[in-house]
Design a protein around this ligand. Structure first.
Ligand SMILES: NC(=O)c1ccc[n+]([C@@H]2O[C@H](COP(=O)([O-])OP(=O)(O)OC[C@H]3O[C@@H](n4cnc5c(N)ncnc54)[C@H](O)[C@@H]3O)[C@@H](O)[C@H]2O)c1
Length: 299
């Protein structure tokens, strides 16, 4: 049996983890966090500030609201402390199956009995991780998107052993923090909307790396067609090209299909440290990427 969700622990406070912690704290949950790199939370806050300054979308929380929430988030020096009393644990560490399995085994050993273990993985079905624990029936995917810029969506998917009631409990919790759950009824790599976005991302990378078109033209086309203020390459820069690479490798590991292998040119960018917004350079240069400049859509 799962517990009523009052206390949240977030493990990994990088780009996504910190932002999830802030969202839940703002909506009144007691939130404790842990990350082996204590500077990660502030770095993530700084990235949120930058995004809020430049987005044309309505943010999920304003900068002032994020500041209020930040005061309520406990940043713990030890994982054990962060997990004390947790009803729901959200893991947001790098997209690496072995790393996540190791972390889940630790979470299972340290978190209270009955606590739900959720992963923010962008692609991996939690069933591939859940058997590292003694509570696979309490393991779920809760995949958050870029909350800063109003993408208040969460893919929710259970392990093979999870009950429909557990999924409904998780969906209700997602609603209670001002987000919209997209429930997956049958397990699939990439979940609900993220699998749709992945199809666009994969094709965009293939066309750029194959030399068919310039990435700016793909973004231009996407922005004019969709009315969004970013195209797929601007979006990938925000996600982090290292994270994008790991996600594509996770799809490849699942299918073994060479067409799913991310292009070598993407790996080269990661190796050069061109990770996107977080390193100041990815496909574009930051803080003033070309696609935000006047005239980009008219070239
Ligand atoms: N970046 C995105 O837009 C995005 C969107 C949705 C989901 N995700 C997923 O969320 C997860 C985290 O992605 P991110 O973009 O926040 O990554 P990130 O690199 O910004 O943050 C990862 C954090 O995990 C910490 N970490 C590294 N190894 C760890 C370990 N062994 N134990 C605990 N913490 C560890 C790092 O210090 C870092 O702060 C990934 O699974 C990713 O696929 C990312």
């Amino acid at each position: 049996m799962s517990r009523e969700i009052r206390n949240l622990a977030v493990v990994g406070t990088g780009n996504l983890g910190a932002r999830i912690a802030l969202q839940a704290a703002y909506y009144g949950y007691r939130v404790s966090t842990w990350d082996p790199n204590p500077a990660s939370f502030d770095h993530s806050m700084a990235m949120s500030e930058d995004r809020l300054k430049t987005t044309t979308r309505v943010p999920t929380l304003t900068w002032v609201q994020l500041g209020q929430a930040a005061e309520k988030v406990a940043r713990c020096a030890q994982l054990e402390q962060a997990l004390e009393g947790a009803d729901l644990v959200i893991e947001a560490i790098p997209e690496n199956l072995e790393m996540k399995r190791e972390m889940y085994a630790r979470l299972d050993a340290l978190a209270p009995a009955g606590a739900i273990l959720a992963t923010n993985s962008s692609s991996i079905p939690v069933s591939l991780i859940a058997d590292a624990t003694g509570r696979p029936e309490l393991c779920v995917n809760t995949h958050f998107y870029t909350l800063d810029i109003g993408r208040n969506l969460v893919d929710v998917m259970g392990s093979r052993e999870a009950s429909p009631e557990l999924l409904e409990q998780c969906a209700a919790w997602v609603r209670s923090i001002g987000c919209v759950p997209l429930t997956v009824r049958k397990q699939i790599h990439g979940f609900c909307f993220n699998r749709i976005w992945r199809a666009i991302k994969k094709e965009s990378l293939h066309m750029w790396a194959g030399g068919y078109v310039d990435y700016q033209d793909i973004d231009r086309g996407w922005m004019i067609w969709s009315g969004m203020d970013q195209g797929p390459f601007g979006l990938m820069d925000n996600v982090g090209l290292d994270v994008v690479y790991d996600i594509e490798m996770s799809y490849y590991a699942e299918s073994g299909d060479p067409k799913d292998h991310p292009p070598g040119a993407l790996k080269e960018k990661v190796t050069r440290g061109e990770l996107g917004t977080k390193s100041g350079r990815g496909f574009y240069s930051y803080p003033e990427p070309e696609y935000k400049k006047d005239g980009f859509l008219k070239k």
